[in-house]
Ligand binder design. Structure first.
Ligand code: SF4
Ligand code: SF4
Length: 100
């Protein structure tokens, strides 16, 4: 599994740094930039060290951090494909005049 990105929401983060303390691999650090709340949002400094253990996500009380892996992207693509197939079925049903 490959970690593609770690996203931290500028809007949701309250700068408690629990995610920084939770990470056993030192992937995150306290940032220098302040968000609209006046708190320092963490930054990702060593993405290559991330093991996708998601301890940072579990620790965040505000659901402000997301670890995105290649598997997540794959699942999202599959979900989109299923949605497209479903839409196509609805279109076909409309074309042949089948109502629900
Ligand atoms: S997923 Fe694990 S290794 Fe990666 S940043 Fe979060 S706590 Fe650190
Ligand atoms: S735990 Fe969540 S709210 Fe706290 S600093 Fe990390 S991302 Fe921000």
């Amino acid at each position: 599994m490959k970690v593609i990105e770690i996203r931290i929401s500028q809007d949701l983060c309250k700068g408690c740094l629990l995610c920084v303390w939770a990470c056993p691999y030192g992937v995150l650090e306290a940032g220098k930039e302040r968000n609209y709340r006046g708190v320092e949002v963490p930054i990702v400094t060593k993405l290559e060290e991330c093991r996708a253990c998601r301890l940072c996500e579990y620790r965040c009380p505000d659901f402000a951090i997301q670890v995105i892996t290649d598997k997540d992207v794959e699942k999202l693509r599959e979900a989109e494909q299923m949605e497209l197939r479903w839409q196509r079925r609805v279109e076909l049903a409309e074309e042949v005049g089948v109502s629900e």
